[in-house]
Design a protein around this ligand. Structure first.
Ligand SMILES: Cc1ncc(COP(=O)(O)O)c(C=O)c1O
Length: 319
């Protein structure tokens, strides 16, 4: 089959069974979002948010798209913007991996680097900074994955139905992380319609406030973590925890070693957040009352982390 252009290759990612993790009698599956054209689950929302902004007249031909992004959303947006002829400006916190930033620059995105060590409300916080830039540039549109309804909708209309169909409805639990909360928001809306008793398991990097918020509806001061793309220091508005039954907090060290095991033993080359999800999936599988069919995601490709968690010297220095 020949595709019309690269955007047609977004989504419809395969699901693979994992065989080397200690999960008792359960089955563990992983949906390979790393195989999207730009290498992450965020390609889906890049396309969805741009096409809907066009449809609603929020971006005009030759216009500029601005976003605050940890990298992957930037890559997805840059792909769609490139094919559709828009300029793109991305505000990126400085802890993000060099591979992602270099990839974005190579594609022609304009990068504005900002501080990772400031919280929401600070003028240099990446989201506040992006919003300000978009107001200053005529004809610019701040796409804002954190409030854009076409972020969760991409998962409600595509990711959810794909999972349901690929698993033939034989699925008990989904283990997932929260960054912008688009995935959890969209999958919750979809699965409430087809299988409202499905269990969502929240996988959260240690230092993020989401696990405490889920259990206690309150949280203390956020810590810091090295895993990229998931975990938050606030509650994103797309968050919907109504299907979440349990939450696990996973250290950077455990996330990195789990992602490295996934590569060494299963040949699946994923990023650091996948290590968080998979470590949580294994913990969950080890304590279920009955065997379950458990699905998680390879959220992005390991290529973006060769200088970090796949680099022994970096690991030694940082863990
Ligand atoms: C790299 C990365 N970004 C983001 C997310 C989370 O997605 P969302 O922004 O939809 O919450 C994940 C995991 O699901 C991820 O691994």
């Amino acid at each position: 089959m020949v595709y019309k252009n690269i955007l047609d290759l977004i989504g419809n990612t395969p699901i693979v069974q994992l065989n080397s993790f200690d999960i008792r009698e359960s089955n563990l599956y992983i949906k390979l979002e790393n195989l999207n054209p730009m290498g992450s689950i965020k390609d889906r929302i890049g396309l969805s948010m741009i096409e809907n902004a066009e449809r609603e007249g929020k971006i005009k031909p030759g216009g500029t798209i601005v976003e605050a992004t940890a990298g992957n959303t930037g890559l997805g947006l840059t792909l769609a913007a490139t094919l559709k002829g828009y300029k793109i400006i991305l505000v990126i916190p400085d802890k993000m991996s060099k591979e992602k930033v270099d990839h974005l620059s190579a594609m022609g995105a304009e990068i504005l680097m900002t501080r990772s060590d400031v919280e929401k409300g600070h003028p240099e916080y990446y989201q506040d900074y992006a919003e300000r830039i978009a107001e200053e540039i005529p004809g610019a549109f701040y796409i804002d994955q954190f409030s854009n309804p076409y972020n969760p909708l991409a998962h409600e209309l595509k990711t959810g139905p794909e999972i349901w169909e690929q698993m033939n409805g034989n699925i008990d639990a989904i283990v997932l992380g929260v960054g912008s909360a688009g995935t959890i928001g969209g999958l919750t809306s979809y699965f409430k319609k087809v299988k409202p008793d499905i269990k969502f398991i929240l996988a959260d990097p240690a230092g993020s406030i989401l696990k405490d918020y889920f259990y206690h509806k309150e949280f203390g001061k956020p810590g810091s973590w090295l895993v990229e793309g998931i975990g938050e220091d606030f509650i994103p508005i797309h968050s919907d925890f109504s299907l979440v039954r349990e939450a696990y907090s996973i250290s950077d060290k455990e996330a990195f070693s789990t992602a490295r095991k996934l590569l060494r033993e299963e040949g699946i080359f994923s990023g650091s957040s996948t290590g968080v999800l998979l470590a949580a999936a294994v913990k969950y599988a080890q304590q279920t009352k009955k065997p379950e069919n458990i699905l998680t995601f390879s959220c992005d490709t390991g290529n973006k982390y060769l200088s970090k968690m796949y680099n022994d010297a970096w690991l030694e220095e940082n863990i």
